[in-house]
Ligand binder design. Structure first.
Ligand code: F0G
Length: 352
């Protein structure tokens, strides 16, 4: 039997680690690439979902965090810090536990999902809510890491990108080549940067014959790259991508332009509709921000901008359990029945 060894061991020769690097891992990566039947029918394409919510802390952040925490430990750091809309902090908190490090977390007040807050707390991180948005948190985290003995593990740390690029490797390893199009949500723009780097490396080394077009989607109330200017008060129900001034802005534009791709925006309504479709028709429960990729693909397909027959991968970045409020909201309360098979059968419509 073969157990997946975590992405540092699986892709060691493609990552900046040496024998001296202490590998801090929860055996992240190796996530499912699920064929999406309904999305394939709707688009006339061969659509797959890269289900990153299957990572140990429930999001793609674990890919970057195994690298960031391992390298911080190698450098002798005793404490790490991050700004976060929730998933980075959940991941940093867990990996800091594995490394025996202190983890400090800065989140925007009242704007992170409960599940993510719970993760940071239960893993014992030192969490502060900042009276500001994610961009303010990142500015603060940078300043603290420059002036105090604490290592920054946000995706502005280049080893985070190195870890996250392995998702592109896994996709090519599974499909035998790069897809035609790769679709993903864009917040701070680290992940689109990372995938593009991964695809380019595989193509350069002859492990793929081509690179995909990169399609990124922001939430319409938090779409600085699409709108061409920072958004001072970003808004969206997809709190994970509620970001007004992405740190990797220029890299995201390079990924878009070099790949012949696009970055566009989707409304919260489109995001929620894709969120419900994924759960109700594909059986894949993701958090709202993750559904931005699928919402974007569906919008482009409806506009006639997706040629049929293509192979398309959508990354769904985080697990639905992170933010279950949106699953419960608007759904009818389950009915209460007595302990009676006849009553239950009647309510379930089993009586014919
Ligand atoms: N999807 C989810 C679920 C996320 O948590 C994030 C980012 C993104 C998409 C966007 O990825 O920033 O690389 O463009 N979450 C960060 C955090 C900001 O703090 O957890 P990106």
């Amino acid at each position: 039997t073969h157990q997946w060894r975590g992405l540092i061991e699986e892709y060691r020769d493609r990552l900046p680690v040496t024998e001296a690097t202490p590998v801090v891992t929860l055996l992240e990566g190796g996530t499912p690439l699920v064929p999406a039947q309904v999305l394939s029918e709707r688009t006339g394409c061969e659509v797959y979902l890269k289900v990153e919510g299957a990572n140990p802390t429930g999001s793609f952040k674990d890919r970057g965090m195994t690298m960031a925490i391992s390298k911080a430990k190698e450098a002798g750091a005793q404490a790490v810090i991050c700004a976060s809309t929730g998933n980075t902090s959940a991941s940093a908190a867990a990996y800091a536990v594995r490394a025996g490090m202190v983890c400090a977390v800065l989140v925007p007040q009242g704007k992170i999902a409960l599940g993510k807050m719970g993760q940071a707390l239960v893993h014992g991180s030192k969490i502060l809510q900042v009276d500001g948005n994610f961009d303010d948190c990142l500015t603060l985290a940078r300043e603290l890491s420059e002036n105090y003995p604490v290592a920054l593990v946000n995706s502005v740390n280049p080893v985070r990108i190195e870890g996250q690029k392995t998702a592109a490797f896994e996709i090519v390893d599974m499909l035998g080549d790069a897809p035609d199009i790769h679709v993903l949500p864009v917040g701070n723009a680290g992940n689109i940067t990372a995938y593009w780097k991964g695809y380019r490396e595989y193509a350069k080394d002859g492990l793929a014959t081509r690179t995909p077009r990169m399609w990124g989607f922001q939430a319409s109330g938090s779409a600085p790259i699409v709108d061409g200017a920072p958004v001072l008060k970003p808004q969206t129900i997809a709190t994970a991508i509620r970001i007004g001034n992405p740190a990797s802005w220029a890299f995201a534009e390079a990924a878009r332009d070099e790949s012949g791709g696009l970055i566009d925006k989707v409304t919260d309504r489109q995001i929620l509709s894709a969120y419900r479709l994924l759960a109700a028709q594909e059986g894949v429960f993701v958090e709202p921000a993750s559904a931005a990729s699928v919402a974007g693909l569906l919008a482009k397909a409806e506009a006639g901008l997706v040629d049929p027959g293509q192979r398309i991968v959508c990354t769904v970045t985080g697990n639905g359990l992170k933010d279950p409020d949106w699953a419960v909201a608007g759904a009818p309360q389950p009915q209460v029945v007595p302990i009676s098979a006849a009553a239950a059968a009647e309510r379930l419509g089993l009586l014919g």
